[in-house]
Design a protein around this ligand. Structure first.
Ligand code: SF4
Length: 284
């Protein structure tokens, strides 16, 4: 459903969206980089409000969150669109195009959460929740008002501006944040984003809710022990108890390099373990 977006301002004949660090300045009739926010006649609209492409009851460990209510299940929901363009995207069919979706009013979503058996709450995942902001905010708030013990989770690339993030924190219990690399070149060339805003999100989130981090180790791109060490050292300065998931890459979408070498994964685990108490290998 198309609805007026939050976090924008009008500048002469354009609009400036400041929901995420791209800070798009958008001409009338054009979309921002995420392809879900459009400028129409002086107003900014989001086209994915309540538009659900996937919904599934998943183990919490699949998010991945290993240290937040372990051995439970969480209703996981996603829409379409993303503010990154990762060459190795695992969900490119919903992240990089306007996928087929079903409109689910927030009240219906919350009712589904509350009536699904063996479910601890809701996880906004599959596509990037930052650019699904209005619906994520409304649904998470409504769920917390209905049941303060229900859990709310974001699985995110962390590419969101500080103001919207702060406003969302009161309704979020846990986040898994991708720290894709410690290189500005990698973020720019492979993901179409930048590193520093993600580091800022991690620092802020670690003070606000439970946080776990995922780094996909991509063959020939960020599979170096030096980079793993930089990531672990940074997380150590935030909190050495933050769990780090080092995930094995497999060829996907535009990137067809070989899967990450298993012996490298083991060495990466050992390297990160010198700085962090909880390092978990994924996809192996
Ligand atoms: S949310 Fe979309 S339109 Fe807004 S700044 Fe980010 S990419 Fe641009």
């Amino acid at each position: 459903m198309k609805t007026e977006a939050l976090f924008y301002e009008k500048i002469k004949d354009k609009v400036h969206c400041f929901l995420c660090p791209h800070n798009c300045v958008i001409k009338d009739g054009h979309f921002g980089k995420c392809n879900v926010r459009i400028h129409e006649d002086g107003k900014l609209f989001t086209i994915n409000y309540g538009e659900v492409t996937s919904i599934s009851l998943d183990p919490i460990e699949k998010k991945p969150l290993y240290y937040f209510r372990p051995s439970t299940q969480i209703l996981s929901v996603g829409s379409f669109g993303c503010n990154f363009t990762c060459d190795f995207c695992q969900n490119y069919s919903i992240s990089q195009s306007v996928a087929q979706s079903t409109f689910v009013p927030k009240e219906d979503l919350v009712e589904t959460v509350m009536t699904t058996k063996n479910n601890i709450g809701i996880a906004f995942t599959y596509n990037e929740p930052s650019i699904w902001y209005e619906y994520v905010y409304d649904s998470a708030k409504l769920l917390k008002e209905a049941d303060k013990n229900a859990s709310t989770v974001l699985v995110t690339n962390g590419y969101i501006s500080e103001e919207p993030l702060k406003e969302l924190f009161p309704y979020i219990d846990a986040m898994n944040i991708d720290l894709k690399s410690f290189s500005t070149r990698y973020y720019k060339d492979l993901c179409g984003g930048s590193l520093n805003p993600v580091l800022k999100t991690i620092e802020m989130a670690a003070k606000a809710c439970h946080v776990e981090i995922t780094t996909l180790l991509v063959t020939g791109e960020n599979d170096s022990l030096e980079e793993v060490e930089e990531i672990a050292r940074f997380l150590n300065t935030v909190n050495p108890d933050i769990p780090l998931h080092l995930s094995r890459y497999f060829p996907r979408y535009k990137l067809q390099s070989a899967p990450t070498d298993i012996s490298f994964m083991r060495k990466a685990e050992e390297t990160a373990g010198r700085y962090l108490h909880k390092v978990i290998l994924g996809n192996i």
